[in-house]
Design a protein around this ligand. Structure first.
Ligand SMILES: CC(C)(COP(=O)(O)OP(=O)(O)OC[C@H]1O[C@@H](n2cnc3c(N)ncnc32)[C@H](O)[C@@H]1OP(=O)(O)O)[C@@H](O)C(=O)NCCC(=O)NCCS
Length: 160
């Protein structure tokens, strides 16, 4: 089931960020950086949760997606998928697809006509997932630094 997030979800969101980062980025980011991540550090503290959706099963949150207005001050017509994380033990069960489709539909209702996102160039599994979601890679890259590691992100886009 996909539902809107509420304040009671803050710690569950922190857990999903933290546990997913530790598994998904274990070969991309330094061990000591990932070791330091914990639920408290990763949970959204004061951020409005309006644009978070939760994937839930057996009354437990197992995935999140955060979408909304572009953080890059780009063309107004494009909404952004800012984060999508599913707990590793629930990968490949369809939760990511459900979250992604629900966020696209929410962006459409907000009158966006396209959606974009950034993904680490080395995150091959997420790239496969986005391609399955019919997102197209653009010839646009940016450099980012996470925990002292220099990385490259690729931009993906699709019409809504
Ligand atoms: C990417 C992610 C959200 C996908 O969620 P999910 O619940 O596993 O996705 P689904 O089960 O809906 O998968 C849909 C399809 O995407 C593709 N896919 C998903 N994960 C994949 C992987 N690791 N390798 C190859 N293809 C993958 C498959 O085609 C899959 O269909 P299939 O299971 O019938 O083969 C999840 O794997 C995740 O949280 N990854 C770590 C965090 C991350 O990298 N987030 C993106 C940051 S930009």
């Amino acid at each position: 089931m996909i539902r809107k997030a509420c304040n009671a979800d803050r710690s569950a969101i922190g857990k999903i960020y933290c546990e997913t980062w530790k598994e998904a980025y274990k070969n991309l980011l330094p061990d000591d950086y990932l070791l330091k991540l914990n639920q408290d550090f990763c949970m959204p503290k004061s951020e409005n949760l309006t644009n978070y959706l939760i994937a839930e099963t057996d009354n437990a949150a197992v995935g999140i997606i955060n979408y909304g207005v572009s953080r890059d001050n780009e063309i107004d017509k494009s909404g952004e998928i800012r984060a999508i994380y599913v707990l590793p033990q629930f990968w490949h069960k369809g939760f990511g697809t459900e979250l992604f489709l629900a966020a696209k539909s929410a962006l459409k209702k907000l009158n966006y006509t396209s959606v974009y996102l950034w993904v680490l160039a080395e995150n091959a599994s997420a790239i496969k997932f986005y391609e399955k979601m019919q997102m197209c890679p653009l010839n646009v890259k940016r450099n980012i630094n996470i925990g002292g590691t220099d990385l490259v992100e690729i931009k993906f886009e699709s019409d809504l």
